[in-house]
Design a protein around this ligand. Structure first.
Ligand SMILES: [Zn+2]
Length: 665
């Protein structure tokens, strides 16, 4: 029975119906988490309707076996909502029970926007996880102009990577105050736990808290999965910023999604009288989790925090020294989140400056009392626009990052360049807002002397360089035909498989054409990897410096190949082709005797029509200073809690993307 269901092709549309498929599916859920529904002030804004792109959801059979944790976990059928991108599997290992899956195509549920929010109904939990997951995926696809792909399932014994169509979501996977993305299983595990509040008035002691009911936690974890699908090397902590970046980015997406709920936005703008730098729900993450796990406020905040000594909420002050002192990834990531949120606040206040002048008769000081509803509407409008732009640029900047060993400074350069490509004329000073917010937190890109926009932008590749010309030729020969039809792939799987073939072909062409000593020296300057045995690097380093060879040539990888579309302000559509090359060295650490992997590589951004090389964002494989920094980092944090969670990740330890690395203690 299960087999039959599995093999059956999904029915996309009722053949007898002339009505086209709907565009959206509306589903009710919490804007934040259940705790806000207990507070009379926030209860009425906490229930929102998620408008999700229509995805035909197939009801699936229930298997009696535990479907995902065994070796053949991919072969077993999914359960709860199963769509194009995600599948909800509601298995609770602690009680060895399946919860019956919700059928979102049930007419009675279609007719009332899904189940009403409820903490006690597991089917609603499935609906909530599905709704927020799809909302987050859509934010990504909209910003990048391409399909979202999950990290591939890595075939063991040298088998090729396998396409993973669906991310698995387990709403009740753990009995603990945690939730995490598992990059090996391509799954997200949500936990639940009894509340242990520091302040019993804030939440019910002993009541159960479900992380799968928190918009922020779901969005955060889905973002980890999306980021891992794009940048698989960003889970390797080669410098203290890498994992902190993963955490920060996941928080940034969750935060800016708050601004897409109009009711919440209007309410909070009214309550703060338009001043979003004062305490408000939009800038805070995971209220219930924070309070139920013994904190006084939200788990994390972009703007300030509750001071347990003074018992008051206090705004953060930018501290340029904090970066040096703070190494735990969530705490370090919070510095980046604060910088991005600060840039947003600046952009927002610039956008509303005229409205505030009008509303205050030029004095800048608003009259006491509630704001006029028209003013609230206009301010909310501006806040939503600014938040959309910031979120879009933050996501697009991922295409402008080096493929590994990312730093916060690189991310600033990526944001500035991505924004420049989108809106070359910065008449509203958005980029200045970012640059200033980062500078005030001591976030400096490596090797830059000035903080001007021109110097922060990645340098454009100057033609004609031999290598740029060679790449252009490869592009014309190989990629032209293949990439012209990218937007027309019929499925994400086709896109994945086709890209895989293209990467193999590109690898061959690079090997064939970049094989002379002169070209290798030239291309190394641009890409940071070495392609011939004659490169001086091999004379200077015994054992080939840890670079493996195959058929007499240094091994390298065409790590990724993707396109990005962008609409320019004058209305034309530009398309970029992104080619990522990487290489690795296996190096024995003289101090610990352990072997570490040190990587180099490049993100090449080419114009997808002309194949002109625009940017080359590289990490040099021959850079021994960078290697030594990585070695000393792995020694400094070789023991203790950060190491267990983030740097060595021994079996049995928590996953690198746990919501907390030391939960509920
Ligand atoms: Zn995380």
């Amino acid at each position: 029975m299960i087999n039959e269901l599995r093999d059956e092709k999904p029915k996309r549309r009722n053949k007898l119906s002339l009505t086209p498929a709907p565009i959206y599916r509306c589903l009710r859920g919490y804007a934040f988490d259940p705790i806000l529904s207990l507070d009379p002030e926030t209860a009425f804004i906490n229930e929102v309707v998620f408008k999700i792109r229509w995805d035909d959801l197939e009801p699936r059979a229930i298997s009696n076996e535990e479907p995902a944790l065994e070796n053949d976990w991919r072969k077993n059928p999914g359960l709860g909502p199963v769509g194009e991108y995600v599948e909800v599997v509601d298995y609770d290992p602690a009680s060895n029970a399946f919860y019956a899956p919700i059928n979102l195509n049930d007419p009675w549920l279609l007719g009332q926007n899904g189940l009403p929010p409820s903490e006690g109904n597991p089917q609603f939990h499935q609906q909530m996880v599905y709704a927020v997951a799809m909302t987050t995926i859509t934010s990504f696809e909209r910003a990048l102009g391409r399909w979202a792909l999950w990290a591939p399932y890595r075939g063991s014994d040298g088998r090729p990577d396998q396409f993973v169509q669906r991310l698995r979501l387990y709403p009740h996977a753990l009995r603990q105050a945690n939730a995490y993305y598992d990059p090996k299983k391509i799954a997200i595990l949500f936990g639940y736990f009894p509340a242990k509040p520091a302040d019993p008035a804030s939440t019910l002691p002993g009541g159960t808290v479900f992380t799968c009911l928190s918009h922020d936690i779901i969005a955060h974890e889905i973002t980890h999965a999306l980021l891992d699908g794009m940048h698989r090397r960003f889970i390797e902590p080669s410098n203290p910023d890498v994992l902190a970046f993963h955490e920060a980015f996941a928080d940034i997406v969750a935060l800016f999604q708050h601004f897409s709920f109009p009711e919440v936005l209007h309410h909070q703008i009214g309550r703060t009288r338009g001043d979003l730098s004062s305490q408000n729900l939009l800038g805070e993450l995971a209220q219930e989790f924070g309070k139920a796990s013994g904190r006084y406020g939200a788990l994390r905040s972009a703007i300030g925090q509750f001071n347990p000594e003074t018992k008051r909420w206090e705004p953060y002050k930018p501290d340029p020294g904090a970066l040096e002192r703070t190494l735990e990834p969530h705490a370090r990531g919070a510095i980046l989140v604060a910088a991005v949120f600060d840039a947003f606040l600046r952009i927002y206040s610039n956008r509303v400056a005229d409205l505030m002048r009008i509303a205050s008769n030029g004095s800048g000081i608003l009259a006491p009392g509630a704001l006029h509803p028209d003013l609230v509407n206009r301010l909310a409008d501006e806040a939503a626009k600014a938040a959309r732009h910031v979120l879009q640029v933050c996501i697009r900047a991922l295409d402008y990052c080096p493929p590994l060993d990312i730093t916060f400074g690189d991310y600033l350069r990526a944001i500035v360049t991505a924004d420049y490509d989108l809106v070359p004329d910065d008449d509203r000073h958005y980029r200045l807002a970012f640059v200033d917010a980062f500078r005030r937190r001591g976030i400096y890109p490596r090797g830059l002397r000035t903080y001007s926009e021109e110097s922060l932008r990645w340098p454009e590749v100057q033609e004609p360089r031999v290598i740029a010309q060679a790449l252009k030729k490869i592009g014309q020969d190989l990629l032209a035909e293949a990439y012209r039809d990218t937007p027309y792939y019929r499925s994400r799987e086709e896109a994945f498989n086709r890209t895989h073939q293209m990467r193999e072909r590109l690898h061959e062409l690079i090997e064939q054409r970049f094989n002379t000593h002169e070209i290798d020296i030239e291309q190394h300057k641009l890409t940071g990897i070495v392609l011939t045995a004659k490169h001086p690097f091999f004379d200077e380093h015994p054992h080939n410096g840890g670079i493996e060879f195959k058929d007499g040539l240094p091994k390298f990888e065409v790590h990724a190949l993707r396109t990005a579309q962008r609409a320019t302000p004058d209305g034309t559509i530009e398309s970029d082709l992104i080619v990522v090359l990487t290489q690795q060295r296996r190096v024995v650490d003289p101090q610990s005797g352990a072997t570490i992997t040190f990587r180099g590589g490049v993100t090449l951004i080419l114009n997808a029509y002309t194949y002109d090389l625009r940017y080359a964002i590289r990490r040099d494989i021959t850079d021994d200073t960078r290697l030594n920094n990585q070695l000393s980092l792995s020694n400094t944090y070789g023991s203790g809690s950060i190491a267990d969670t983030y740097f060595h990740n021994p079996p049995g330890s928590q996953n690198p993307f746990a919501l907390l690395h030391d939960s509920n203690s």
